[in-house]
Design a protein around this ligand. Structure first.
Ligand code: GEK
Length: 247
């Protein structure tokens, strides 16, 4: 796969449009997410490790908001339980098309991988099969806040006993000083990865109405309200974290 550098926000824009997962974004997505999300490669690879831990034979694993299928690929690298399959879902047609290409390339290189179905669908409208593992990797933050609880309830109801939800998100912090410090460190991470002040500012403007992060406390409360009984943070880097929620 060619690795196209993210230069989407390098030139000054008279008006910065709201961010969407269109073809321009899809083209640069692997570079963009790696340079923008601290800990992304660690979270993706270890979601595969967690999937192997919680997967049950003859069950379905979900990658909701799969983008190019990085988590699905990690699941396929780590899960070898018999009879398992992965359903990867995204509502961006451009993402789904490229995701299928990436997974076909993985199929061409490796044998005996879990079968995958990639669906172009809104995860809010999806009926979930009984599942041992659901990954929501940086997807919930793009769902309208008033629809987040209902989605988590649906996932909780579909989860088999002993299964798990892996939820990764950007966080905001109720304590202003903590919020500012971790935000500043995130900006330092982006600068260290070659983003200019202009790129950082224009990307922030594009995404601020589209991606709405919650605090850790809000996540915990919502997950418990949805019926989960255990919520554990297994990874945090600056203002990005990943949680395991158990039925
Ligand atoms: C990764 N998990 O590489 N239904 C389906 N898909 C949606 C919806 C929805 N309602 N809303 C947003 N998406 C990936 C990264 S990116 C995160 C996930 C980011 C999709 C959207 O089209 C996009 O592909 C994805 O969720 C969010 O591990 O770019 O920061």
């Amino acid at each position: 796969m060619t690795h196209v550098p993210d230069r989407l926000f390098t030139t000054p824009l008279a008006q910065v449009p709201d961010f969407t997962f269109n073809e321009d974004v899809v083209r640069v997505f692997p570079d963009m997410i790696k340079r923008s999300v601290p800990g992304y490669p660690t979270i993706v690879e270890n979601t595969g490790v967690l999937a192997a831990q919680f997967a049950q034979a003859n069950s379905t694993l979900y990658d909701l908001g799969c983008s190019l299928g990085a988590v699905t690929q990690a699941m396929r690298r780590h899960v070898s339980h018999s009879g398992c399959k992965v359903i990867a879902v995204d509502n961006s047609a451009a993402m789904v098309e490229r995701c299928r290409e990436h997974l076909n390339a993985q199929d061409a290189m490796f044998q005996e991988l879990l079968p995958v179905t990639v669906l172009e669908a809104d995860i809010l409208n999806l009926t979930l099969e009984p599942t041992s593992l659901v990954a929501l990797n940086f997807t919930l933050q793009f769902i309208a806040p008033e629809q987040r609880l209902e989605l988590l309830q649906k996932i909780r109801q579909a989860l088999l006993p002993e299964g798990a939800l892996v939820l990764s998100e950007k966080l905001r912090f109720n304590d202003a000083a903590e919020h500012d410090l971790l935000n500043e460190l995130h900006l330092a991470f982006k600068r260290a990865n070659g983003y200019s002040e202009l790129e950082i500012a224009q990307k922030r403007r594009a995404i601020e109405k589209v991606m709405l992060p919650d605090s850790l406390e809000e996540h915990r409360e919502r997950l418990y309200s949805a019926g989960f009984s255990q919520v554990v943070v297994w990874f945090q880097c600056f203002n990005f974290a990943s949680l395991i929620a158990r039925p």
